[in-house]
Design a protein around this ligand. Sequence first.
Ligand SMILES: Nc1ncnc2c1ncn2[C@@H]1O[C@H](COP(=O)(O)OP(=O)(O)OP(=O)(O)O)[C@@H](O)[C@H]1O
Ligand SMILES: [Zn+2]
Length: 476
Amino acid sequence: MHDAPLTLYNSLTRATEPFAPIDPAKGVRIYSCGPTVYSDPHLGNLRAYVFTDTLSRVLRWKGYALTHVINITDVGHLTSDADSGDDKMEKAARAEALSAWDVARRHTEVFLRNLADLNIRTPDHLPRATEYVEKMIAFAKAIAPEHCYTLESGLYFDTATVQGYGRLAGGQDDAGEGRIDPVEGKRHPQDFAIWRKTPAGETRQMEWDSPWGRGAPGWHLECSVMSRELLGLPFDIHTGGIDHREVHHPNEIAQNQAICGCADAGARTWMHNNFLVDRTGKMSKSKGAIATLEALKATGVHPLAYRLMCLSAHYRSELEFSADNLGAALTRLKRLVMTVAALKARANGTGTAPEAWLTRLDEAVSDDLNTPRALPVLDEMLADKKTSVEDRLAALVEFDAVLGLNLTVVTREDLRVRPAGATLTAEAIEARLAERKEARAAKDFARSDAIRDALAAEGVEVMDGDPLGWDWKPAL
Ligand SMILES: Nc1ncnc2c1ncn2[C@@H]1O[C@H](COP(=O)(O)OP(=O)(O)OP(=O)(O)O)[C@@H](O)[C@H]1O
Ligand SMILES: [Zn+2]
C-alpha cells in the first residue's frame, strides 16, 4: 500500500536515513520534548507539535503502530538552558500571584486545547515531570557514583565521563563555553545540574527531598527519565525544536549513555524542527508579548489556517510568521474548503481512492515529511477531472489522515471565526450584504457604498468580485 521508502533526517548523523523501527514488535516509539507550562504556548512552540503530529500521522498512515509521548515540563526548566537563572515555573508563579501548581495546570489546559484546535492527535502519554520525581531520584542515584559530583548547589553531571559528549551539537556551537554560565566548582563548563539544591534559607514551591538535599530535578534529567520509563531505551525517534540540539539533547544523550553504560544515544533518530520567526528573530516567550493561538482566533483566523501555514514550509526550514503569510494560508484554506464543498454537492455515493494519487502523496511525505510537496498534490487531485468526484472525495479522506487539515469535515461556516469583540454576527453581516445586493441591482450605489462603509466600521471587509465568492472577511 503506502510503501514508498520513508527517509528522515537524523540530526545525530546529519544525514537523511531510511527509517525502520528498532523493534517492529514494539511499533515506533517517539518522545517529543513538551512545553514548559509557565505560560501559554506561543505559535512557535505549536509549530513543534504540528511537526510531531505530521510525523506521527505519516507513520500511522504507512502502517506502523505508534507510541507517542509528549511530556509536560512543570518543574525544572530554568530561564537559561544552562544552569543559571530562576525556575521558569517559580518565576511565573510569583508574577501571576498563583501557586506554581496552578500555573502549570492552567497553561497545560491551554496547551491541550491548542492541540485540539490544530487537529493534533492526542499523544498516547502526556507525562508531567512532577509525577516522575521519585524515578528521577532513582536514576540519578544509579548514575551518580560513576558520572556525577556534588557541589554546594547540587548534583552535577561530569560530561567527560561519557564518550563523545556533545556530538549531536557537533561542535557547531563553539560559543558553548561562553554561553553556559559558570557555576563555581564545575569541572567542565558543559557539566550540568542533575539535581538543584534549594539554597539555604530559601524555599521553593516545588521541591522534594533527595540524597543531595531538598531541591528539584534538572530539566535534562526529566526527559531522560520519562522517555526511558514510558518507551524503554533505546527508542526510535526523539524530537524537539532546533534549540534543543545544542544543550538539552546532548545532555539527555549523556545521561542515557550513563544509565545504559554504553555509547548508545538512547534514541536512534533525533529530529529537530526549525524556528518560527518574526521580523525580530525567533519567536520566544521571553520577548514579552507573544503570539498565541487564542490571539489568532480572536482576530478571526481559523486555527487550521495556522496548521496549513506550518505545512506549507518544510519542518527543517525557518518559517516567517507575518500577516501576509497567515493571510495567504487562510485564503488557501478557504479555497480548499470551497473546492471540497463543490465536490460534495456533486457526489453521488462513495468512491475508492485512486492508488496513483495516494502514491504521489506517499512519495512526498515519505521524503523526510515533505509537506510543501504534498500540498500541491492535494490541489491537483481535487481538480483532477479524470478522477470521479466520488473517488476524489475518497482520496481526500487519506490526505486528511496524513495532513490533518480536516477538510472532509470543516465547512465554510466553520471558517467564519468571528473576532473577539465582533459587534455583528455572521447572519447579521449576510443580511446587510443581501440588502446591499438589492441596492446595487437597483443601481443605488450611494446606498450600496454606505452599507459597505458601515460594515467596515464594524471590522468587516466587503470583498467584491472575490474569485472564491467569499463576499466578506474580518478586516485584519
Ligand atoms: N520559535 C520557535 N519555533 C519553533 N519551535 C520552537 C520555537 N520556540 C520554541 N520552540 C520549541 O517549542 C517546544 C516547547 O518549548 P518550551 O515550551 O520549552 O519553550 P520555551 O523554551 O519555554 O520557549 P521560549 O524559547 O519561547 O522561551 C520545544 O521543542 C522548543 O524547541
Ligand atoms: Zn526534553
